[in-house]
Design a protein around this ligand. Sequence first.
Ligand SMILES: NC(=O)c1ccc[n+]([C@@H]2O[C@H](COP(=O)([O-])OP(=O)(O)OC[C@H]3O[C@@H](n4cnc5c(N)ncnc54)[C@H](OP(=O)(O)O)[C@@H]3O)[C@@H](O)[C@H]2O)c1
Length: 359
Amino acid sequence: MTNSSTAISPADGPIAITGTSGYIGSWVVQDCVEQGYTVRACVRDPGNSVKVDHLLAMNNEGHRGKVELYQGDLLNPGSYDEAFNDCPAVIHTGAAVGYNKETPQQVYDGCFTEVEHVLESAIKGGALKRFVFTSSFAAVGHPRPNGYVYTENDWCGDNIEAYDGRWTEEMISKNRDIAYAMAKANTERMIYKRAAEDGTFDAIAILPLHVIGPLMCENHDQSWSWQNCMKFMLKGKAYAKTEGGRMLWNNTDVRDCGRAHRLCCESTAASNGSRYILSAADRNGELYTWQLQEMLQRMYPHVPEIGGEQMDGDKPAKPTRDGPRSYCLLAKQELGLTTYPIEDTVSATIDSYYKLGLL
Ligand SMILES: NC(=O)c1ccc[n+]([C@@H]2O[C@H](COP(=O)([O-])OP(=O)(O)OC[C@H]3O[C@@H](n4cnc5c(N)ncnc54)[C@H](OP(=O)(O)O)[C@@H]3O)[C@@H](O)[C@H]2O)c1
């Protein structure tokens, strides 16, 4: 099968998306509606106005496409049969395991089982041409020297010797980060294999790094998400997710992330097994925590103190590891993705918090 025979357009029928009440899923819906698709937006509870009102509001924005809500639960096999019936594309952004208290093994098994359920329903729908999975940069990153630039050819299980064999299958049940990364990577392998065996559709993955950008509703302020950490920095709190707040934020805009998922359905350059890192477009989009702090302070001079990294005077107290470095060049080249400038992404994140009354 040539990839152009699986590329779709709004004329081919409705596009189904899981996890649409979520941060990334909501922006996939927004982009698809703007581009004229009828979107079957899958949520666990279509009656939960806190999670779906922003989706329904897209029907009143004058777009050519429209949103229809469908119920589905990732944990139940066959749950998406109705939603996916006759859909030429299914985009799977939903995930039951996230910032909760699952064991590492549950994180790993959950990801696999959920994607199996979704893929089975997608194939059963009878019209599937493109299956797009929201994987993660975690499926790419692995120990490399400082400054190493990762590409889509990298996998998290590569170069295990450098980590004393830590990134092995045996470690899945012992370490949550490894379980998450291996789950995403092995789930990718599973969907590519399944699509190759089937021969009638292509499976493609989006691998986001640090996703930030505007929130559409309060539900997008999930604890410990990157955007939520930025909110706390605006409140003058230390950045608590890493030791001393030290981190290289390699940022992608949630709006670009949303658009990239739709482009995976339409691209004639993408084909089965294509994977696209969504990260900074260039070095400007990669910021150490103290640089992000500086940018925020410049943008919001009325805020008395922006929290973040441990400082020694006006210098960082300790150096930060130079990584992960990576650029969304393949997504730009093969999907035709254009990206927001980093200043726009950072200010749109914080402005949305103010607009929603969360700051
Ligand atoms: N955000 C990032 O920086 C980032 C980076 C890399 C990868 N990713 C990946 O991107 C995907 C989406 O992340 P996100 O940031 O958008 O997360 P999110 O805002 O927490 O969204 C997750 C979605 O999954 C849905 N969900 C949870 N349990 C479900 C279940 N049992 N059945 C059906 N739906 C369920 C939730 O919907 P309801 O609660 O309404 O049912 C929610 O809409 C995830 O796979 C994540 O691993 C995210």
